[in-house]
Structure formats: structure tokens, C-alpha cells
Design a protein around this ligand. Structure first.
Ligand code: AMP
Length: 208
């Protein structure tokens, strides 16, 4: 099963990707996570990507497409994968279609007001990577594992604004998948379980 998850930041793509991967035993590929790991490790890729990420901009295609291409060649992707945060522009969608054939592109949509609300209150766990809404922290710690939490640098209010302006999913990406008959859209609900039911009803229609 090869799935693309589209949608604005904060729509819960990462959470849904985790749930899909757990249920179907496939790999989660998040370009944002790959960049953040590279930034944390001080690699050349991380140094280049950081500039763009800190400004709320997209990292250029020549860096982004290559990391996905390399990642898809790894053994754990043979069973299938969920791409979370890629493609974000048409050129990436076209490049991906040359690498592999995907089964569905699912857009998880959310309006801007709710995106700002979720991102500004999102805290990440240093230990397990889980995002937790500020209100759901347990004594200030991760609700899942009790780890210490931090705010992603690009979840600062000014960067959120820039991300919403500069990273709106272009209609031509939607059209690309509509033309292939692969596009599905659902609305993100407050409960991840409810959203997953919607996602899973789409996945259950995919023939292996
Ligand atoms: P995310 O964790 O998906 O919100 O990604 C964090 C940041 O990484 C984004 O705000 C972009 O700057 C960058 N990024 C992630 N995926 C892509 C992509 N497919 N194309 C360009 N930039 C990306």
C-alpha cells in the first residue's frame, strides 16, 4: 500500500500516518522529520534546509526530491509506505510518479483558524516525538510517554503565518491526483480516532 497524505500543517497528517503504518505495517516517511533529524545532526543537508524551514518556506525541490528518492529505495519501503508532507508542489508530485505508483492521495483538510490554534499550542516530545496539545500535557509532560516537551521552532506564531501563506497546497497538486483518479479529501476532526475511521474507510477500498 502506497499512500500520500496531503493537507496543511497541523491537520494531523503525522498522527494519521502513524496510525496507518501501525495497522498496515508499512513505513512512515515524513520529509519534515528527515529535515529535522538532519538539522539536529548538523549535516550539510540540515544546514541548507534550516534556512528555509526557519523562514516558513518550502525547501527547494533539488534537495527534497532527492531525499525521498533515496528513502524509497530502502528495504523497509518494499511493503509500502505513507508519505507525510510530500509532495507539496506539482513538480514533486510529477517526480514521485516517476519513482513509484501510489494507490491514493488523501487530503486531510482543516481551516486556517483551527490550524493556528493547533500549531500554536502544539508541543513535541523529545523522547517519543509525539505531538501533544498544550491542554493535554500531563503536568507539563508528554501525554504518551511522560517525556519532556518543546515547541517546534517553526510553530512560532510568525513562522506559522508564513507557512500558511507560502505553503498553501497548490490546486495543481490536487488536480494532478484527481486526473489520476487517486484523490480523496476528508476533514480533520478533533478526535484522531474519528479521523482515522474516515482515512481507513478509504484505505479499505484499495485492492492489494
Ligand atoms: P512538516 O513537518 O511537514 O510541517 O515540515 C516542516 C518543514 O520542512 C516545512 O515547513 C518545510 O519548510 C519543510 N518541508 C517538509 N516537506 C517538504 C516538501 N515536501 N517540500 C519542501 N519543503 C518541505
Amino acid at each position: 500500500m502506497k499512500i500520500v497524505l496531503l493537507g496543511p500543517p497541523g491537520s494531523g497528517k503525522g498522527t494519521q500516518a502513524n496510525l496507518i503504518c501501525k495497522k498496515y505495517d508499512i513505513s512512515h516517511i515524513s520529509t519534515g522529520d528527515i529535515f529535522r533529524t538532519n538539522i539536529a545532526n548538523g549535516t550539510a543537508l540540515g544546514k541548507k534546509a534550516k534556512e528555509y524551514i526557519d523562514a516558513g518556506s518550502l525547501v527547494p525541490d533539488e534537495l527534497t526530491i532527492k531525499i525521498v528518492e533515496d528513502r524509497l529505495k530502502q528495504d523497509d519501503c518494499k511493503n509500502g509506505f505513507v508519505l507525510d508532507g510530500f509532495p507539496r508542489v506539482r513538480t514533486q508530485a510529477e517526480a514521485l510518479s516517476k519513482m513509484t505508483q501510489i494507490d491514493k492521495a488523501i487530503m486531510i483538510d482543516l481551516d486556517d483558524e483551527e490550524i493556528i490554534n493547533r500549531l500554536s499550542k502544539r508541543r513535541m516530545c523529545r523522547k517519543c516525538g509525539n505531538p501533544t496539545h498544550l491542554d493535554n500535557l500531563i503536568n507539563g509532560y508528554c501525554e504518551k510517554c511522560g517525556g519532556e516537551v518543546y515547541t517546534r521552532a517553526d510553530d512560532a506564531p510568525e513562522v506559522i503565518k508564513q507557512r500558511l501563506i507560502k505553503q498553501k497546497l497548490p490546486q495543481d497538486v490536487v488536480d494532478f491526483y484527481k486526473d489520476l483518479g487517486l484523490f480523496e479529501k476528508i476533514n480533520s476532526t478533533n478526535s484522531m480516532e474519528e479521523t482515522f475511521k474516515l482515512v481507513d474507510s478509504i484505505l479499505s477500498g484499495i485492492k492489494e
